[in-house]
Design a protein around this ligand. Structure first.
Ligand code: NDP
Length: 246
């Protein structure tokens, strides 16, 4: 299918995990895709992904939490591709620990990468979308809706994304710009591989569908929201969680 034919998408954090599935899924649906990574160690992998998917996909090194880099990125993407129709704020990190042990640095890093990045990219990404409308999708988490012990910083960043997304949907709905949040449950990626086996078993037993999600499960929901199939859907939080915490 070509649900995204003719659309230009910018996806942050596309070098691995859910972001890589988004890049592959959006390219398969006919979108032209710009995606980012931040670590020098991911450069070869990101470049290999772009090369594999062909001339309609390009990788950019850019720190989503840095305001000036986000501005330069959007400007480069608009110059390279000729516009912007879809923005997916997917980049995210965890610095999990109990509140009594959490350092100011662990709080600041998570808020900067997960929440300030959404402000940075939306602020600059909105302008090219004002010309022809667009779809913004922000990667939240079920943890942002329900909370999670040991993740107060992460949960706060993901809850902030929900309030932000609903506000942007109301502010720019009249300009043809939709904004939604996606709240994945437990998706098997390098981020969740880092958890210990006992924690993973605990999650699995709590998931009614009895499996972890895949990057494709999340990408498919995003394709719906980005495409004209989701033309009247805005300001919503779509959970992709196998009925966990519903
Ligand atoms: P991964 O750790 O597998 O991948 C993270 C991606 O984000 C990488 O591409 C990484 O780039 C990029 N990234 C990290 N920091 C920055 C930054 N400052 N600027 C630009 N890119 C950055 O994560 P997941 O795929 O698991 O998660 C993706 C999103 O989904 C996150 O927002 C996460 O919070 C959310 N999520 C994940 C869940 C899960 O179960 N996995 C559940 C709920 C939500 P690089 O390769 O250069 O490090």
């Amino acid at each position: 299918m070509n649900l995204l034919e003719g659309k230009i998408a910018l996806i942050t954090g596309g070098s691995r995990g859910i972001g890589e599935a988004l890049v592959r899924g959006f390219a398969a649906q006919g979108a032209r895709v710009a995606f980012t990574y931040v670590s020098a160690g991911s450069a070869a992998r990101a470049q290999a992904l772009a090369t594999e998917l062909g001339e309609n996909v390009r990788a950019y090194q850019s720190d989503a939490g840095d305001y000036a880099q986000a501005e330069a990125l959007v400007s480069d993407v608009v110059k390279d591709f000729g516009g912007l129709n879809i923005l997916i704020n997917n980049a995210g990190i965890t610095r999990d620990t109990l509140m009594l042990r959490m350092t100011e640095q662990q709080w600041d890093e998570v808020i900067q990468t997960n929440l300030k990045s959404v402000f940075n990219l939306t602020k600059h990404g909105l302008k090219p979308m004002l010309r022809g409308g667009g779809s913004i999708i922000n990667m939240s988490s079920v943890v942002g809706v329900f909370g999670q012990a040991g993740q107060a910083n992460y949960a706060a960043s993901k809850a902030g994304i929900i309030g932000f997304s609903k506000s942007i949907a109301k502010e720019y709905g009249s300009r043809g710009i939709r904004c939604n949040a996606v709240a994945p449950g437990f998706i098997a990626t390098e981020m969740t591989d880092a958890l210990d086996e006992k924690t993973k078993e605990g999650y699995l037993s709590a998931i009614p569908m009895k499996r972890f999600g895949t990057g494709d499960d999340v990408a498919n929901a995003c394709i719906y929201l980005a495409s004209d199939m989701g033309a009247y859907v805005s300001g919503q939080v779509i959970s992709v969680c196998g009925a966990l915490n519903c």
